[in-house]
Design a protein around this ligand. Structure first.
Ligand code: ARG
Length: 480
């Protein structure tokens, strides 16, 4: 970065005095109370927007230059200073001052120290359109990063599904064994849900992808700003249509929090399943040592803490969405300081969901499945009851009657010592061919419905899922 940020303006002067002023000092005889500072300052968290605040400022400065509100020399000086400020943030040498109440104040204060012409930088701009711009730029980038982690987890499910071969386990409804399903089919179910998350994240990104610079505090400006040109400069495909709406709209944050909450819910449901599978009662999976924890007291324990935190943290990310919705519900137009409360929820949800995606991906990737335990749980002959009813349907029996016939046989076998297979063998409408349907693994081989839990349709499903994951990846690559 160049050290000539002051070009055209002489050396920065009076930096100390500037640093101790508020942005609005002119109107005030007294400085802010300590309690006001403690309660209202947002620099503690919005410092995460530094890069985006600088990016938005560059575009605004270039815009001021295009309409001759800044000279070319002033534009150069301010842009050079902004580069330097960005470097200071990047290498950790940026020094916050006590009156840097938020990131916008800090960047403008430091830029003006380096290039006095930056006193003109806020021309035609308000922190109201500035903060909305910053958050939009930030989310536009970060939502893509989260989506990449979602795709990485999809890839883990795909690979585990491929390696699962023809293994099967009980499918459950109401947590009662229902029908056997291929393990791969079960794993891909989570994968498809994650694919919808990618779409939701990108839809939220689309909602963020709109320029609000030029809206000013709420009314635009009497100066000849060009919001369309600024939008183009920042790579936004469109600009705001209404300045009042532009500075009060946080729906794109709500959309983002919803998309993130839904990822959190999916992580929770995956966690729940691995939590059950790794229990002694089910014994379908053993977690890798690196992805499990021990007990401080009970030497034998191995605990699924990632799974539990995936479940626990879902409450938190749902809470972040609720927090913003409640903040928004009573607000009159336009900017109200309440809107500052949009940032911590979004930062927290991004952090928690990202960490969760990485941890859950590791847990799923390294867990060892006990295929024998899964098969043994699925091989209970009653799991083939639906197949028996469908056998009767093929012989011309109405399904409702078939259901009743098979139900009665199951009831008989439960009430007596007779095995279901023997009862089916001896039944005049069923017999030996039907009894074959109760053989281990037969159910998953017989199922033919496209998208269903059969080994045949599964081949096609796996291909389609692999293609969908690849399409997500290409879509994300095109955005960065
Ligand atoms: N820190 C503020 C926020 O995050 C920036 C905007 C302040 N605007 C104002 N008019 N006080 O919302």
């Amino acid at each position: 970065m160049s050290e000539t940020a002051d070009a055209g303006d002489g050396a920065a002067t009076n930096a100390g005095a500037e640093a101790s002023r508020t942005l609005w000092h002119g109107r005030f005889a007294d400085g802010p109370a300590a309690a006001l500072e403690a309660y209202t300052y947002s620099i503690g968290f919005d410092i995460r927007l530094a890069r985006d605040d600088i990016e938005g400022s560059r575009a605004h400065v270039r815009g001021l230059g295009r309409v001759d509100l800044l000279t070319a020399i002033e534009v150069d000086a301010i842009l050079t200073a902004l580069d330097r400020v960005e470097t200071e943030f990047a290498n950790g040498t940026f020094e916050l001052q006590p009156r840097d109440e938020d990131i916008h104040t800090a960047v403008e204060r430091r830029t003006t120290e380096l290039a006095p012409a930056a006193a003109k930088m806020h021309t035609g701009r308000s922190r109201n359109d500035q903060v909305a711009t910053d958050v939009r730029l930030y989310l536009r980038r970060e939502l893509v990063e989260v989506a990449r982690h979602v795709v990485a987890l999809q890839q883990v499910f795909l690979e585990r599904a491929i390696n699962a071969g023809e293994a099967y386990l009980p499918g459950y409804t109401h947590m009662q064994r229902a029908q056997p399903v291929p393990l791969a089919h079960h794993l891909l179910a989570h994968g498809w849900a994650l694919g919808r998350d990618v779409k939701r994240l990108l839809d939220a990104r689309d909602a963020t992808n709109e320029s609000v610079l030029g809206a000013g505090a709420l009314a635009g400006s009497s100066l000849p700003l060009d919001p369309d040109a600024t939008a183009a400069d920042l790579g936004f495909p469109r600009r705001f249509e209404n300045s009042l709406d532009a500075v009060s709209n946080r729906e794109f944050v709500a959309d983002s929090l919803y998309a993130l909450a839904m990822v959190g819910i999916h992580l929770s449901r995956i966690g729940e399943e691995f939590w059950l599978w790794s229990s002694g009662e089910m014994g379908f999976a053993r977690l890798a040592d690196g992805y499990a924890t021990g007990s401080s007291m009970m030497p034998q324990k191995k605990n699924p803490d990632i799974a539990e935190l995936a479940r626990g943290k879902a409450g938190r990310v749902i809470g972040n969405l609720m927090s913003l919705l409640v903040t928004l519900k009573g607000l009159p137009l336009t900017y109200n300081r309440d809107l500052q409360e949009d940032k911590e929820p979004i930062f927290d949800s991004l952090d928690q969901v990202t960490a969760g995606l990485i941890a859950v991906a590791g847990m799923v990737e390294t867990a060892e499945f006990d295929l024998d335990a899964m098969a043994a749980a699925a091989d209970d002959p009653t799991a083939g009851a639906t197949d028996l009813a469908e056998y009767l349907v093929r012989t011309g029996v109405a399904f409702r009657d078939a259901h009743a016939i098979v139900g009665a046989i199951v009831r008989d076998s439960l009430a007596s010592d007779a095995s279901l297979i023997d009862l089916v063998n001896d039944h005049d409408q069923l017999g030996a061919e039907a009894a074959q349907l109760l053989a281990p693994g037969r159910g998953v081989r017989n199922r033919v419905t496209a998208g269903g839990a059969g080994l045949g349709p599964l081949v096609d499903q796996r291909d389609r899922f692999a293609a969908a994951v690849q399409a997500h990846r290409a879509e994300l690559d095109a955005l960065t």
